[in-house]
Design a protein around this ligand. Structure first.
Ligand SMILES: [Zn+2]
Length: 424
């Protein structure tokens, strides 16, 4: 029997080397050294790393590539970003949102990022961004899984009609219930919003992913309520707290109790290192807090922690290129995750962990999984992070959909090799 694709001689993220990967009907058929099989197409892996695709558990595709519209964020704070987005919203057009989102999805595919959970602002009564991203979700389906979160950016209780709009967005097919309790008017309303939104998710059988406690204020403790509601409503494994930056500034004794509650409730966490290392600590003089949530402590307790990109060229962040290895590298540095096991974990935080948080079906490189994978110009996951390795080939359902040439430098020095690549 002839299969679709045979990838020869690759290393795998679990440490196996010299493996062949056989693909047929869009699925992984077999993974073993020196397979005696034939396929319509063969790809030489050259001993390099073949990984499942990158997954971004936290993104904002409705604001992507709007940097400078209508002006830039001068203070660099979350709050000015929200105000700026509020100025921009009335001027948005559906076609332009679609066009920018599709341009970003092209970048994502080229970087081997084939699944994204994007929050979409539901506070605009026209639901313009929602309609745009639902259109994009359908359009990109053959090559990228886009999951949408109904996100009440201006506060589900603070903004009139936000709850109604959020329900309409879910009726239209948005996948996940979002929230932003730290932006509601009071702590009490923040807690009420968490309760209300978790109940809505439980009623509709949906997952929850809230922007939660994205502040340096240690008294912002909405994640405690999120854990409580997840447990009360039996949403174990279906609730994610995004950002959770107030945990950085909490008292250790309280944080220890809180992390145990999060474990009991089956909560997941998403840290967004590129964004929070720039947004947090803006009200500090010196020392300036880093602001990222307690990643190693959460991981040690067994909470699944993913790293998200969050923003690319928008009111909150001027940089970014859909490169989840850049995200992993920043998370590694900010969290001081420098042991070999921790660095390896940073690769998981942009691949297998977010795949689990999104509930992706058939993710991975085991036989039977969807044949989605990325050939990287690196030999190990740690080397991939170190080099922000080139994505030599991106494969979706057994078909190569993007290629990038090897990164090599040419030396022109007598007595030295002419070609240098940075793998080791
Ligand atoms: Zn966000």
């Amino acid at each position: 029997m002839t299969h679709d694709l045979l990838i020869r001689n690759v290393a795998l993220p679990d440490g196996r080397v010299g493996c062949d990967v056989l693909i047929g009907d869009g699925r992984i058929v077999e993974v073993a050294p020196s397979l005696a099989a034939t396929a319509a197409r063969t790809l030489d892996g050259g001993g390099l790393l073949l990984a499942p695709p990158f997954v971004d558990a936290h993104f904002h595709m409705d604001s992507v590539l709007t940097y400078g519209m209508p002006r830039v964020n001068r203070s660099g704070t979350l709050l000015e970003g929200i105000a700026l987005w509020g100025e921009l919203k009335p001027t948005l057009a559906q076609d332009a949102i679609v066009e920018r989102a599709l341009a970003y999805c092209d970048w994502a595919v080229a970087k081997g990022l084939l699944a994204i959970r994007s929050h979409v602002d539901v506070c605009d009564p026209r639901l313009l961004a929602v309609r745009a991203l639902l259109q994009v979700r359908e359009q990109v389906k053959p090559y990228l899984d886009l999951q949408l979160v109904a996100f009440p950016q201006d506060g589900v209780l603070r903004s009139p009609a936000a709850l109604d709009n959020l329900k309409r967005a879910l009726d239209l097919g948005v996948d996940v219930v979002g929230g932003i309790p730290h932006f509601e008017r009071t702590m009490a309303e923040g807690a009420a919003s968490v309760r209300l939104l978790c109940e809505l998710a439980a009623e509709r059988g949906l997952r929850v992913d809230m922007h939660c406690d994205e502040t340096d204020d240690p008294s912002s403790r909405h994640v405690e309520t999120l854990a409580f509601e997840a447990q009360r409503l039996k949403l174990h494994g279906r609730v994610t707290g995004s950002h959770l930056t107030s945990m950085h500034s909490m008292d250790n004794a309280y944080a220890a109790k809180l992390i145990a509650l999060m474990v009991d409730a089956g909560l997941s966490a998403v840290a967004n290192p590129l964004i929070n290392i720039t947004l947090q600590g803006r009200y500090d003089s010196y020392p300036k807090r880093r602001g990222m949530t307690r990643v190693p402590e959460l991981q040690a307790a067994g909470v699944p922690v993913a790293f998200g990109h969050d923003c690319v060229m928008d009111p909150w962040y001027a940089l970014g290129s859909a490169d989840m290895l850049e995200v992993a590298a920043m998370g590694l540095h900010v969290g001081q995750l420098t042991s070999a096991v921790q660095m390896r974990g940073c690769f998981d935080a942009v691949t297998s962990v977010p795949a689990r948080i999104l509930g992706l079906d058939g993710y991975g490189l085991a036989p039977g999984c969807r044949a989605d994978c990325v050939l990287l110009q690196a030999r190990t996951p740690i080397e991939a992070i170190r080099l922000r390795a080139q994505r030599l080939a991106v494969i979706r359902a057994g078909r190569v959909i993007a290629r990038t040439p090897n990164a090599t430098a040419r030396l022109e020095m007598p007595g030295r090799p002419t070609q240098v690549d940075f793998t080791h």
